[in-house]
Design a protein around this ligand. Structure first.
Ligand code: HEC
Ligand code: HEC
Ligand code: HEC
Ligand code: HEC
Ligand code: HEC
Length: 484
């Protein structure tokens, strides 16, 4: 009895402890409430990070207008006009042809042998296109403007409200005429919805290209499902999650088209906005419609197979007559083959990293080399010193450069061999086979040369492509030189 009594009735001396518990509870409660209030305040601060001073619409092209509502993003956007020179490339419109005279021979017979420069910041995209000899000395179509101007509004206007119709119309116009319809380089309206500020894509070439790619992924998944497990290849592009989801529905009988603006995840969009322009493309047919060759997939040989099936060539090589493909800045395609894409790291994570301004997180709109900003572009994920991270990236780049040099040498030596062969009496059939090998070798060398990360976006893939390029070039030589 006494035992239970002792357990239920607190001893008089416990009263002090009781009061202490109440006081501590009060203090802790106060602390928690204060913290919650503080968090809430900061949340509100970061939500109310803009004051709506002007109404934005599909007709507000001028970024300065958007800048009134979003001064921080506008300030950094303007800084794409700053010089950003780096070891591999930079911002001075340096001539690639003077840097590397082999390119003049490789592109002989095409406008790129006349003028071909390093890229610069976004602020220059329109004037650099105006000033290139490829525009001054050659007739070009309005299609060129898709990636060099804020052209969304002009497409809508030309198509009486229909973006696609206007796009096709302007692509087919002479560039000189179409140029009068645009005024600004890429601007806010090209990546953002003016009402919600959500990311969106506006480039018709991309909207169609990514839908073609989605169909290919669905086909590849369906083919995989039929194979025995050990033969099934690994899922293509697993990081493009909305495409995979759509592909599964399609393979279960859904007939909806892949609509990128409705379906893409926010993280996908952070790369798709860049994939609007940083891609391989060609002008299809007489109407010169900008087309992304992704119908068979995004890898170098999948793109090649699309061009081969359509017997497409950009030009006939002036020295050899081979039907050549010119590769253009395939950043999106190469990134997709690399470990960063596979790990869900977007273009914007590295090229537009977040920066804090008080409680506000702002995306750096000064799109540029991430190696100029390693602290925010890389160290958020990689806990190594700045020098170490830079050394890792530059090691990848210098190895890539060394292999690229050897591949270009091999290609130029194939040109020499073919030139001699053409003036001798080589079996025309053998010659033709060798020209086909030139096309394959050159497509691969050019693909990595035209890609702007010097191998960084997917080092192993870049090395694979260059390895194949060297092999094809030497095979081409062996064809005409080898014993019969
Ligand atoms: C699919 C998008 C796209 C289209 C279409 C496009 N460009 Fe570009 N262009 C780019 C991108 C991205 C860069 C920057 C990367 C680079 O220079 O490799 C660029 C760079 C350039 C440059 C600067 C570097 C250089 O090559 O000298 C010029 C000049 C240029 N383009 C002219 C043109 C002309 C002329 C056309 C039409 C024949 C055209 N572009 C069509 C996306 C495009
Ligand atoms: C409307 C087409 C377009 C879009 C969209 C676009 N770019 Fe570009 N980008 C270009 C062109 C064209 C150039 C080359 C401009 C020149 O050389 O005058 C360029 C240049 C660059 C450069 C070189 C900058 C320098 O300082 O040398 C980087 C880096 C870059 N873009 C990354 C991106 C990223 C990342 C995105 C997405 C957030 C993106 N771009 C979206 C067309 C585009
Ligand atoms: C993991 C980080 C990372 C991701 C993700 C990434 N890049 Fe890059 N990118 C780099 C680095 C590093 C370089 C090399 C910069 C240099 O040499 O100064 C580079 C170079 C470039 C260049 C040439 C820049 C210059 O200043 O010459 C362009 C253009 C570019 N990337 C576009 C893209 C696009 C488009 C995507 C997405 C499809 C992308 N990058 C994804 C890190 C990244
Ligand atoms: C080439 C595409 C591109 C262009 C052009 C562009 N932005 Fe962005 N913007 C982005 C990306 C990518 C983000 C990150 C969005 C996310 O993570 O959801 C972003 C984010 C934003 C945000 C949300 C807050 C933040 O900083 O993350 C605002 C506001 C914004 N941009 C304003 C602007 C304004 C104003 C302009 C024109 C001066 C502009 N943007 C031009 C791609 C672009
Ligand atoms: C959002 C996170 C993120 C950012 C930002 C990022 N990385 Fe990475 N990086 C990764 C992941 C994930 C891997 C894959 C390896 C792993 O899982 O640890 C990786 C791998 C690498 C590798 C090894 C590549 C290979 O092919 O083996 C290098 C080098 C690298 N990163 C450099 C950089 C540089 C330079 C930057 C800045 C320009 C950068 N990373 C930005 C997440 C990131």
């Amino acid at each position: 009895m006494t035992d239970t009594h002792a357990a239920t009735q607190p001893a008089p001396r416990g009263k002090g402890a009781y009061v202490a518990v109440i006081i501590i509870t009060a203090i802790v409660t106060y602390g928690i409430v204060a913290l919650l209030m503080n968090i809430n305040e900061r949340k509100q601060e970061s939500q109310q990070h803009y004051v709506k001073l002007v109404d934005l619409s599909e007709k507000t092209i001028d970024p300065a207008e958007w800048g009134k509502n979003f001064p921080r993003q506008y300030d950094s956007y303007k800084r794409t006009a700053e010089n950003t020179s780096r070891r591999h490339g930079g911002s001075e419109a340096i001539s690639k042809l003077e840097d590397d005279p082999r390119l003049r021979r490789i592109f002989a017979g095409y406008a790129f042998s006349v003028d071909y420069r390093e890229r610069r910041g976004h602020a220059f995209m329109l004037e650099d296109q105006d000033n290139t000899e490829r525009v001054k000395q050659f007739k070009q179509p309005g299609a060129c403007l898709q990636c060099h101007a804020s052209i969304t509004a002009a497409y809508r206007e030309a198509g009486d409200g229909d973006l696609m119709k206007g796009f096709e119309k302007i692509c087919a116009m002479p560039l000189k005429e179409a140029r009068g319809l645009v005024e600004h380089p890429v601007a806010c309206i090209d990546c953002h919805d003016p009402q919600s500020m959500q990311l969106r894509v506006t480039r018709p070439g991309f909207i169609r290209g990514i839908a073609d790619l989605a169909k290919h992924v669905a086909e590849e998944l369906a083919a995989n499902a039929k194979k025995p497990k050990e033969e099934a290849s690994s899922a293509p592009l697993p990081h493009l999650t909305s495409i995979h989801q759509w592909a599964r529905h399609r393979n279960q009988g859904s007939t909806d088209e892949y609509d990128v603006n409705a379906l893409a995840t926010r993280q996908e969009m952070r790369s798709y906005v860049c994939g609007q322009c940083h891609v391989e493309y060609y002008f299809k047919g007489d109407k010169k419609t900008v087309t992304y060759p992704w119908h068979n997939g995004l890898r170098v040989e999948q793109i090649e197979s699309y061009y081969d099936a359509n017997s497409y060539k950009d030009y006939a090589h002036a020295e050899t007559g081979a039907p050549i493909l010119k590769a253009q800045h395939p950043e999106f395609e190469l990134w997709n083959q690399g470990i960063h894409a596979r790990s869900g790291v977007s273009c914007s994570d590295c090229h537009m990293p977040y920066q804090r301004e008080g409680a506000i997180k702002v995306s750096d709109h000064q799109v540029r080399s991430p190696l100029l900003n390693i602290a925010r572009a890389c160290q958020t994920c990689h806990r190594y010193g700045e020098d170490e991270i830079k050394a890792r990236a530059e090691t990848i780049q210098s190895r890539n450069k060394a292999l690229l040099d050897r591949a270009e040498d091999a290609l130029v030596e194939l040109l020499d061999t073919l030139k001699t062969a053409k003036s001798g009496n080589v079996d025309p059939k053998v010659l033709e086979e060798s020209l086909a090998l030139q096309r394959k070798a050159q497509w691969r060398v050019d693909y990595i040369n035209a890609e702007n990360s010097m191998g960084f976006h997917a080092p192993q893939e870049a090395a694979r492509i260059l390895g194949e390029a060297i092999d094809y070039a030497r095979q081409g030589q062996l064809k005409v030189l080898g014993p019969k």
